[in-house]
Design a protein around this ligand. Structure first.
Ligand SMILES: Cc1ncc(COP(=O)(O)O)c(C=O)c1O
Length: 409
């Protein structure tokens, strides 16, 4: 060290290093937090520095889940068009595409627009454009992105799409949604489905791409054998529709459906592609449906995402208050990572509750607790971003998109 300037620079570097290490998280200059996030400067940043409640993704477990599904789809074989409603993240969709997905499935027109604008090709929107507003958005997205597809299950919607598409001089890719055991949507199988598909195919403004058949009740049927039977029952009518269509000379490009619960059976039951979503993170309820190897616990995919919360107050026996309250989507069925003696309970909008019976472990004000949420779509919809963690270190941050405002639905 030969100059005063060198000495000051070295001291400043040493001071910065000492204030931004995981051993000394309290001295992390919080005013810099958002700037560092924006610059993706995660040097020295650890989980204990994160503002709570927040979502944290374990990158190793997450990548393992993505690979397990992608590898399975390749060997089954079946195509993969993962559902993004559970993660709402272009960063995650890009990783799914890089591993071989042929596109993504979306629950809303907003998700479809966001994914398409984020560069994702092959977006399938699984709710028909029933409102005038959504007809125009679906047609506009079809014009901008000719790989975009959406479903219909009603003649009135087909008529509205035809008119709007003619005005916009667009040919829309259309998939007919058929009943697959879930009474929320889908035209009746057999002749009614075929006739609607023929109507679509006959239009100059639409191309008929195939059928969408989501069996949501099968996905959560407990026990692998019972689940397989339920999925087969729910898809039986769909297979009849496909056979009838082929007999009538109508080519069926895709038969899309399936879920995390049925991913390793539906290629034998008539689907050509899977819309699995939850497998990226898994939620606490899904883990109870049982797998092929173990009918009690579903171990095919790891719990790779948790909500980090802080213990805010402790004054009463057998309970602490946290910041994981109703606004953070606390549910009684949530599970506490690593501390199974703690039970998630409800307290208020911003106030969460963790309870335990006699003989619980150690917990004090300021402690961090990680929660596995019960319903991914509902929970991710409450948070702005995923903090990506490798062990205890934060290595990236990914925005959660399309959550708020009418135009985002
Ligand atoms: C139409 C559709 N397809 C696929 C899925 C994905 O299911 P999972 O998250 O169980 O994999 C859903 C989830 O609700 C869905 O609504």
């Amino acid at each position: 060290m030969n100059s005063r300037r060198q000495f000051l620079t070295a001291s400043a570097t040493a001071l910065l290093a000492s204030t931004v290490t995981s051993a000394n998280p309290k001295k992390f200059p919080y005013a810099e937090f958002e700037q560092r996030m924006a610059r993706k400067n995660f040097q020295g940043m650890t989980k204990d520095m994160l503002p709570t409640p927040c979502m944290v993704v374990d990158i190793d477990l997450f990548e393992k889940n993505l690979k397990t599904m992608a590898d399975y789809a390749k060997t089954a074989p079946i195509l993969l068009r993962p559902h993004v409603k559970v993660h709402k993240s272009v960063d995650i969709a890009k990783r799914q595409m890089a591993l071989g997905a042929i596109g993504i499935t979306a629950a809303t027109i907003a998700e479809s627009e966001l994914m398409s604008n984020g560069g994702i090709k092959g977006v399938l929107w699984t709710k028909q454009p029933a409102s005038f507003n959504n007809v125009l958005r679906a047609v506009a997205l079809s014009k901008k992105d000719p790989t975009f597809m959406f479903v219909v299950d009603d003649y009135a919607v087909v008529a509205n799409v035809e008119e709007a598409a003619a005005a916009a001089k667009v040919k829309c890719k259309v998939v007919v949604s058929v009943f697959a055991g879930l009474t929320r949507q889908g035209i009746a199988n057999g002749q009614p489905a075929l006739e609607l598909a023929q109507k679509v195919a006959a239009s100059k403004q639409m191309s008929f791409e195939g059928y969408m058949a989501y069996s949501g009740a099968a996905s959560h049927t407990k026990g692998w054998t019972a689940r397989r039977k339920k999925s087969a029952d729910d898809l039986a009518g769909v297979n009849e529709t496909v056979a009838l269509s082929k007999k009538a000379g109508l080519p069926v490009g895709i038969v899309s459906g399936g879920s995390t619960g049925t991913y390793n059976m539906d290629h034998e039951l008539g689907l050509t592609e899977l819309e699995c979503g939850s497998y990226v993170f898994m939620d606490s309820i899904y883990r109870q449906v049982g797998g092929k190897s173990d009918d009690a616990t579903y171990t095919d995919f790891e719990s790779s995402m948790s909500v980090l919360t802080t213990v805010d107050s402790k004054h009463h026996a057998g309970q602490v208050t946290t910041d994981y309250g109703n606004k953070a989507m606390a549910q009684l069925t949530d599970l506490v990572k690593g501390k199974t003696w703690l039970q998630v309970d409800k307290q208020g909008a911003e106030y969460g509750l963790l309870k335990w019976k006699d003989g619980g472990g150690e917990i004090k004000v300021g402690d961090r607790v990680e929660i596995y949420c019960s319903n991914l779509d509902m929970s991710t919809n409450c948070y702005d971003r995923y903090y990506i963690a490798k062990g205890n270190d934060i290595v990236d941050v990914w925005p959660i998109m399309g959550r708020a405002g009418a135009a985002q639905r």
